[in-house]
Ligand binder design. Sequence first.
Ligand code: GLN
Length: 392
Amino acid sequence: MPELSKKLAHFTDSVIRRMTRIANQHGAVNLSQGFPDFDPPAPLKMALEKVAAGSIHQYAITWGAANFRKALARKQSRFMGFEVNPETQVAVTCGSTEAMIASMLTVCNPGDKVIVFSPFYENYTADTILSGAVPIYVHLKPPYYNFDTHELEAAFQQKPKALILCNPSNPSGKVYTLDELQIIAGFAIKYDVFVITDEVYEHIVYTPYHHIYIASLPGMFERTLSCSSLSKTYSITGWRLGYVIAPAQIIDGVRKVHDFLTVGAASPLQEAAVTALEFKDDYYTGLQKSYTEKKEFFLKGLDRLGLKYTVPQGAYYVMVDISEFGASNDVEFCEWLASEVGVAAVPGSSFFREEVHNLIRFHFAKNEETLVSALKALENLRPMANKKIWAR
Ligand code: GLN
């Protein structure tokens, strides 16, 4: 057989999605791959039913159905604080996963460097490799996940083409402050670098923190590809509706790449999703409230179990410190946790460039019963871990 692409050797399949398969195999409560086990809002499901019975079943315009782009631009203009032009500044993609790889392919030439904060959402490694780019990692140090300004500037001095910014952050739960964003923006402008964002948790932020779109800072719209999706905001991760917002000249490029990657996102789903994009402010405050309750409930449970963690400021993940259990390998720990204790988590090492093996990530985008089952099962963690002899 001829040789397969050399790129394949540089990344593994997704550990997050592998953990879901392991959870299913053992019937474990799945707090690994982050997606809700509750329904999307009822009006959205009703809209989908209506669309299914109608006549929108063929391709939409490759860069997004006009209706959807208009509704999206209206909603994003409201939250981002600047006017987004639906005709020229939006490309609709199959989830933010495609939004980000299309953005990377749009701005990067093979060999270009891209700054990635570590820990990072695992897609970014694959995105850099697939687009022929070379990552420069900048460490966000647990438990607070702050960056060192000198280390960041040193990365910018290596002439990168872009920086990837996940805000609110998966997996750390960090929400970047205005000061931090201004530092990043200052360097991006000084060193003439693009910023590619991943803002899928834009509406899941806990008081007193709030989300600031880096594209809204002075001089930043021009160089920012703002990527996000409807997945987390409307609990529709399976609909695969994402988008990039950027200046027209950049969007022209993204649309071209996107056209040949996937042609387009599902047209009936775009049409139905217009209903969600038109939700009023109370939807977003309700979402915030509901996730705040889930977070409080789950963290209180972790407190009762005496587990140490970093309190998330946004998104729906929590990084838990497993140092006390004596496992030197977090992957082995998570496999054991799923198969023996009955709860699936993601090994922290899959998010870090550095050798970090004492953290695991749980997510809490689940119904209360599911969280109760997970916490109940976790009551066995310490007694079982105390008896366990770790193989690796
Ligand atoms: N963002 C989710 C997570 O980190 C997973 C998304 C996906 O699997 N595409 O768990």
